[in-house]
Design a protein around this ligand. Sequence first.
Ligand code: SAM
Ligand code: DTB
Ligand code: SF4
Length: 336
Amino acid sequence: MHCNSLTANQTDHLENANSITDVAKKPPKWDIEEIKALLDKPFNDLIFQAQQVHRQYHNANAIQFSTLISVKTGGCPEDCGYCPQAARYHTGVDNQDMLSVDSVVEAASAAKAQGATRFCMGAAWRGPKQRDLEKMTEMINAVKSLGMETCATLGMLKPGQAKQLGDAGLDYYNHNLDTSPEFYSEVISTRQYQDRLNTLQEVRDAGINVCCGGIVGMGETRDARAGLIAQLANLSPYPESVPINYLVQVEGTPLHGTAKLDPFEFVRTIAAARITMPKAMVRLSAGRREMSESVQALCFLAGANSVFYGDKLLTTGNPEVQQDQALFDKLGMRSL
Ligand code: SAM
Ligand code: DTB
Ligand code: SF4
């Protein structure tokens, strides 16, 4: 028997959800079994619960727009099995050295004019070298002075690097856990789960907002999706922004040809993210171009309230702006 209203335990989770707790002393806020139970619910019950939580914390018809730019493309030494930018896979991505500050500012102004409120700069690095970081700080400063929120995703950060980014005016740092700790080694071998957790801690300690999520549709089980959500929800505090990506299968990457995951499983993952991280912005991230408008609408119903906006992600496509505007008009959704 499933119940549509929040249990006392879940209400308690919500009340404590963003408090800073010492995870070493306290048990995890979300037991993985609870998250598995959420994902196993009848679809309608799960979406109803997610929508209830969503309405407690957010305007249900508002959406936040972030635009991505790749400031350094391809040639990455890492082996992430999903990624078209890894040098070792032959994907047809053209390598591009770091962009100039001026061209990034121009792209950010155009994104702002189209309605984006956050500009996210991505680089195909294992992590930034000091020289790269200095140029990044110039870019961040310049984008920030346009009045946009800034976000960067540059790979692993060494101690002290997050602070330099924060001092330059960085609002968010994106660094994904990608999947559950158990499934992780099936996808990536050149960096460990703990490396990712360490970078996230550097970002937190520097006072920068954390943007952290993962990828669904890499051949993982539902339990592995629960494992990812548990890791995210038990970060203390949990991320301010949670991108959930639907694997974009790129020819030449090891994950190309993975059996397509039923889109309802993707929607369920969004709902579990919303329920367990009620105050976070949950972003329906990569994979929208491969998704019907109806599935996207279900994601918004399940609590997604942010998207990447603009016809390109980093190297792959995203819906055209006009197409997105038409979709949000049809759904009566407005920019935050
Ligand atoms: N190189 C940096 C790093 O990996 O930390 C930053 C850029 S990387 C492209 C950012 C994130 O994009 C990855 O962690 C992954 O979650 C996501 N991503 C990359 N390729 C993807 C794909 N084909 N489909 C869905 N998400 C993808
Ligand atoms: C995130 O979680 N998704 C974005 C952003 N953070 C950097 C990246 C998606 C990349 C999709 C593949 C590509 O375009 O290269
Ligand atoms: Fe490199 Fe990032 Fe792609 Fe991994 S996801 S191969 S670290 S660009």
